[in-house]
Write a protein of this length. Sequence first.
Length: 255
Amino acid sequence: MIGLLTKMKKNRGQVSQIIKNYKNMNNIKKIGIVGHFTGENSFGISKPYLFFWQQFGEVSLISPFEKHVRDVDLLVMPGGQDVDPYRYLSPEEDTHIFTGSPCMQKERFDRFLLPKYMEANIPIFATCRGMQSMYVTLGGKLNQHMSHETNPSHDGGKLVHGITFENQHIIPGFAEITQHKPGEYKINSRHHQTVNEETKPEIVTILARHSTDDEIEFATTFPFYPCHMTQHHVEDTSDPATVFLINHLLNLNDE
């Protein structure tokens, strides 16, 4: 227990230093997060997303029903319900019995607005469902259902499985903070679908895998397009590697 607490304190210290190093109060970054219907008469994002992302700049909600691209430094594609399987299945392929219903607001954003943000070369950070949707948008497919360690419903931030990093040299400075033994770096897990490596789009580079079943956990399209993707929920972990990737995107135009 003492060792775990020491490690958690060390991680928090790393995250604070990373944010401090990158955050310039005279250049507040504008972050747009895709929202959805959170209730019968409400629209927004979850509190953890708001509290986490406002550390990095000024947060605004993006409606899937907008017509134009927002002037933002970073577009955040959050987690959520399953991606519509008919976006990636061939006519011969069937849906899995455990594939859930899609969020139609996010599906609308992905169909009509996401291509406009990409055309405008807006940096994108995609997490969980966001990563899966970005992967599909680029031409990949998903594994519709799989079983592995997942977080208990009452503890979304619990670190349940280890990952192994690779190809860190793609992103300047990333290798220096990901010098971990295989499986040593741990993340949370709240997904039952994964991106399919056999259909990996050419511009996608794998950055980290699950240490035991090889599923893709971190990926990027950099330097071809400024987008980093993580399968886990960073708003519940604030882990140093993901925080580094976020700041890398936010500061690309400052270099």
